[in-house]
Design a binder for this molecule. Structure first.
Ligand code: FMN
Length: 208
């Protein structure tokens, strides 16, 4: 967990922001971190919110990008095509920190970043993208969506190759971070808004 001590960030906006990114980075690399699986919310084409758990694959403080992997044919891709607004929610019980992030997303299935993410995925991970018909399709019987021949066995690179066409990365450019720290001495809440013109975060404390 983050090495930043409570006494340091409790009354320091800069350190609170630093801690938020540190927790996100740890979440992306440590599968045991509660921030490894945040909730990602989109707005559906009918205007309703839609949330789902996703695995956080990377968090880059410099570019303010969070990366997730997804199936390009899924519901969230269609949502984002129509409306790029997304929010990401996570809570770290040990750090006692809730992060509410918002920003804009794009789904990219080609390019070097998507290629690298595909190469990084395990064969089992890649196999998920073989689902046929597409994820979310109504079907008449229970199914994994996979050919029974590759269920329960480690797939080969040849077997998963066709799945690459369905694989995509979902990139969130973070524009707002709301940080809430729970402390028995009194909670702390701060908001950080990215100012594009000034290329810096505008920070303010909020009443929790
Ligand atoms: C622990 C966990 C991790 C998940 N990770 C991902 C993920 O990284 N990418 C993804 O697309 N779906 C992931 N899912 C499935 C989604 O929550 C969701 O059910 C699926 O993507 C369909 O969402 P959609 O119809 O909104 O596209 C995960 C689910 C769980 C429970």
């Amino acid at each position: 967990m983050t090495g930043i001590q409570e006494e340091s960030f409790l009354n320091d906006l800069g350190l609170s922001l630093e801690q938020a990114w540190q927790l996100l980075r740890e979440g992306s690399t440590d599968r045991h971190s509660p921030l490894h699986t945040p909730v990602v919310a989109t707005v559906t084409t009918s205007g309703t919110p839609s949330q789902r758990i996703m695995v956080l694959r990377s968090a880059d403080q410099q570019s303010r990008d969070l990366r997730f992997n997804c199936d390009a044919r899924g519901g969230k891709s269609a949502d984002i095509d129509e409306n790029a607004a997304v929010s990401v929610l996570c809570y770290h019980p040990e750090a006692k920190v809730q992060l509410r992030l918002s920003g804009t997303a794009l789904v990219r299935s080609t390019g070097s970043e998507a290629d690298a993410a595909w190469e990084e995925a395990s064969l089992y991970g890649q196999r998920c993208y073989l689902a046929d018909p597409a994820p979310g399709s109504p079907v008449g019987a229970p199914t994994s969506g996979l050919d029974p021949a590759i269920e329960g066995v480690k797939p080969t690179p040849e077997q998963v190759r066709p799945a690459r066409a369905n694989f995509a990365i979902l990139l969130v450019e973070v524009q707002t971070i709301e940080w809430l720290y729970l402390a028995h001495t009194g909670h702390r809440r701060a908001r950080f808004d990215w100012n594009e013109a000034a290329q810096e975060w505008k920070s303010t404390w909020l009443v929790p």
